[in-house]
Design a protein around this ligand. Structure first.
Ligand SMILES: [Zn+2]
Length: 139
């Protein structure tokens, strides 16, 4: 945990609840009661109906692998992780989220099929910051 050198989020007023929940190993999403729909990323109003009646709700942490890239040329601080997977996961609740896919074996196009089921894992990268990432659901 102490040797994490990658980028860290800077929570804002609008994103602090998301990071607080992640630290508790919960994935939460903004929910609009007027639309009966979830949205992501966090913002103070609904981008569908412009309602300001947004609340945070726990998400299932399940989804599917929408798309990804296997990165072999690390950004600064990510050298130790190379190769790593930058992915867009489509959550069960609807929104898509950019994240990483974590896996034991080296990622390849053969072991990362599009639409594969994934589930959230929580990576405590520092004492203060936990990053929600995803892994393939083993069938
Ligand atoms: Zn709405």
């Amino acid at each position: 945990m102490a040797d994490y050198q990658g980028a860290l989020p800077t929570p804002t007023h609008d994103t602090q609840p998301y990071w607080d929940a992640a630290k508790e190993h919960r994935l939460v999403l903004p929910y609009c009661a007027a639309c009966d729909a979830y949205d992501f990323y966090p913002r103070p109003f609904c981008r569908q109906c412009f309602s300001w009646d947004i609340e945070w709700r726990d998400a299932s942490g399940k989804g599917t692998l929408h798309t990804y890239v296997i990165n072999h040329r690390p950004a600064r601080g990510f050298d130790e992780m190379t190769p790593y997977v930058i992915a867009v996961v489509e959550l069960e609740e609807g929104p898509r989220m950019m994240t990483n896919i974590v896996m034991e074996e080296e990622p390849t196009v053969d072991n990362l099929p599009i639409d594969a089921p994934v589930e959230v894992v929580f990576d405590d990268v520092t004492d203060e910051v936990t990053l929600p990432r995803f892994r393939l659901v083993q069938s």
